[in-house]
Design a protein around this ligand. Sequence first.
Ligand code: K7E
Ligand code: CUA
Length: 658
Amino acid sequence: MRATSVVGTAIVATLFAAAAFVGCSNKHDSQGGSGNLGASASIRDLMKARGLTEADVEGALKTYVPTGKMDEYYIFASGGQSGNVNVIGVPSMRMLKVIGVFTPESWQGWGFGGDSDKILDQGNQGTHKIRWADMHHPNLSETKGDYDGQYLFVNDKANARVAVVDLSDFATKQIVANPLAASDHGGAFVTPDTDYVIETSQYPAPLGREYAPITEYKEKYRGVAIFWKFDRQKGRIDPAKSWAMELPPYTQDLADAGKLDSDGWAFINSFNTEMAVGGTLEGKPPIESGASQNDMDYLHVINWKKAEELVNAGKTKTIAGMRVLPMDVSGPEGVLTLVGEPKSPHGCDVTPDGKLIVVGGKLDTHTTLYDFAKMKTLIQEKRFEGKDAYGLPIMSFKDAISGQVEIGLGPLHTVFDDKGNGYTSVFIESTVAKWSYKDLKKPVEKLKVHYNIGHILSAEGDTVSPDGKYVVAMNKMSMDRFLPVGPLFPQNFQLIDVEGEKMRMLADMPIANAEPHYSQMIKADKLKPAKVYKPGTNATGEIDPARAEGGKERVERNGTKVDVYMTAIRSHFTPDRIEVDEGDDVTIHIDNIETAEDQTHGFTIDMYNVNVSLEPGKHENISFKADMPGTFPMYCTEFCSALHLEMAGYFLVKPKKH
Ligand code: K7E
Ligand code: CUA
């Protein structure tokens, strides 16, 4: 149970005083609100009636954002298996948007016949058209180690892909498909100036996704880290300038880029250095137990600046079209070095000063703090205690760390505030542990969460200058927190106030569409989203050469190819009738020619699986074969005006004579 803090009591006391002063009456509540509570309801009566404690009222006061006021922060949350990004306001914990990324999202018309299909197709793997993702780690673009509010990068663990979201319109602009690995996890982490977006594999497999029997695991299976080069001018990843590093077939897990002192370096932890491959049907132990034999797994310490030089010097081999720096180069060159980490680690988080790497051990009760300066010296002086099976040098664990902090049962991820504190999610205990990475003592405080916290995030937490203020516990379970909705429960984000001496639980937010993994929180005033598009803007952000303009609408026919140039404006489409022959290849080039903000139209052709969202100025190219003869209404799917229902027309497909 929560104790009421001194701060909380003070706030509530002030509130009561204020209520007494105005008599807490609703004399001018004609705008609604608490009208039905009666003119004489005092705050205390209200609390009593609703069964609220003073701590509850404090939480409400600290998170309520009245109509007309805005939140202070955005959260960009992984949408887990939904494959899309959830955008949430803080402190209100209100959902602001779902950004369609890897998965069709029909309100935005993401993946229903318009140009977004081409972006989704960039993420196809092999012969498979992939339309879902297991999104884990969103990362905001950085300049000098601070979020700059320009781009968001996300990874797909299930199909090894990375996407680029442009925060000028909150829309996905690019998906890159990893050509080397079939799954990833350590991504999408950015370097301090967003030169690179790092994506590291999870489950080892032959690079380039070749077949190799599982009995050849040690020889042929590999891990990999891709350094996707980001072209800030274009706002796109440049695959041609990207490269990769071959890693041993240990199951690489989380990663983080160094900053400040450790800029130019990256860190990836791993589990299953036993290289267990399962075989439960043949009576062998499952991967889960085989992977927990050794006392130590390996943290991979990568000097990516130097790796980049070696890549540019041509020390690579090419696999599946990508330059790959092999281990027999990176090991001896001091570019890839290992150091032990306690059993089955999970989180890997660099402190804001870049001096320490905090690793949480799922099966250990500690977080371990690796000292970057010590490791750098060990690598420079080639002071190693041995080599692994792949010839990679191993540093002594004792010499590489500055200490360990006894956290509790199942520490996973750690985030930071502005005062030198780390906040670690403790999975098995279901707590947030607050401790100081300056003095490495036991946690000063633990706060219960409900339940099974996975990731944790803090305000501007991955920057060189975190804000403190808020931490959010991202809980896997929500038993007894929300109205029951059947056996699949929502997940639970819990907003925690970390400004004062003690952590205070402020609010719960059910996440109804996914199991989120990581999220980041950015100060809202760093973003400058557009309110309307420049006329003719397509899904890639360019002015489309095929844009339709008012007065120039037309239908062009060339054999069986039909191009329709169409505009949408309250409350009609021009043209509003299209007649084609069965089998024609139809492209509708459609523009919303509105210029006023929030005047969105939608466009669908019934039964043709076509739906696009046309925000003001937006252009879409919709291509399909008119393979189904008949009479199909087409209409605007957004209630845009009083005559919205009249914003309609017909798409007629004349049957072929057989
Ligand atoms: Cu769920 Cu970051 Cu993929 Cu931990 S990971 S919880
Ligand atoms: Cu346009 Cu409804």
